[in-house]
Design a protein around this ligand. Structure first.
Ligand code: FMN
Length: 260
């Protein structure tokens, strides 16, 4: 089938998901329109994609699920049998029901998720886990996958004949219980406002960026990742202990998995 447009919609507070997405997109023959649904201010307009388009969904795994804010923002996108690729990006622990959840959403909204992958990026809380990923091996695998994806869609006479692969995961999905590390700013904060502008959930008030609204924070660490003076952090003692235990358990290298 003829694909005239590629659109990539993604959610990536710390940039790991976007790196995976960029590696995938680099091997497709058309440039993609990238829609970043991470910022709180991102206007999620409902949009319906057509049959000659290819849409890529990319989002991080939180607690074995797709981060709920990403699911809410993706839910505004509809399709009329548009071929889609789902990428769930995780930090070397496990992706559990996340990829299934993402492909289910795509199907429910009229997409044909004929390809999916669980790929790796640095753990955004436990920074020493999966550090440096996606690395050159990951990128090579993502590039190879993207070429296979393109061949499959180009050779199919229509989206209706594209088969949707089974992906790991269970129904009902596991309960969503994300870890509660809420970052705050130290006295080093220069009140530049980057954290507030970057926060996906609107949990940081520009007028008072030292504080984080615990009821809104999704623990994504996006504010920590964009702070130009490293003033933001979750409780360092708690984080240090948790990271040590986590790294002992989950440092064995996981490899990306592809479903086509
Ligand atoms: C609150 C939270 C929960 C997470 N849960 C998991 C998890 O269940 N399994 C896992 O392997 N990684 C987990 N991670 C790590 C992220 O999936 C991983 O770092 C991802 O690359 C983050 O995407 P980003 O860099 O685009 O923000 C979690 C990260 C956060 C912030």
């Amino acid at each position: 089938m003829h694909i005239s447009k590629i659109t990539a919609v993604f959610f990536s507070p710390c940039g790991g998901t976007e790196k995976v997405l960029d590696a995938f997109l680099s091997a497709l023959p058309l440039p993609a329109e990238k829609i970043d649904l991470t910022p709180f201010s991102s206007s999620v307009q409902s949009r319906t994609f057509g049959t000659e388009e290819l849409v890529i969904f990319a989002a991080p795994v939180y607690a074995g699920r797709i981060v709920p804010l990403a699911m809410q923002r993706f839910a505004a996108l509809r399709a009329a049998h548009t071929p889609a690729v789902c990428l769930a990006v995780y930090g070397n622990r496990a992706y559990e029901d996340a990829l299934l959840e993402l492909t289910d959403l795509a199907k429910q909204n009229g997409f044909v998720p004929f390809a999916a992958a669980a790929a790796l990026a640095q753990h955004s809380i436990m920074r020493r886990v999966a550090a440096g990923r996606p690395d050159t091996n990951d990128v090579a695998k993502l590039v190879d996958f993207a070429k296979q994806v393109w061949r499959k869609v180009a050779q199919a006479p229509s989206a209706a004949v594209l088969s949707v692969p089974a992906v790991p995961g269970n129904h009902p999905y596991k309960d969503f219980k994300a870890v509660g590390f809420v970052p705050a700013a130290s006295a080093a904060c220069i009140r530049c406002g980057r954290c507030a502008a970057h926060c996906p959930s609107g949990a940081i008030d520009l007028a008072c960026p030292e504080k984080t609204d615990k009821t809104r924070c999704i623990f994504c660490m996006g504010c920590v990742s964009v702070c130009p003076v490293q003033a933001r952090s979750a409780n360092k003692a708690l984080l240090w202990a948790a990271e040590k235990a986590f790294a002992l358990k989950f440092s064995t290298r996981q490899e990306p998995e592809f479903f086509l």
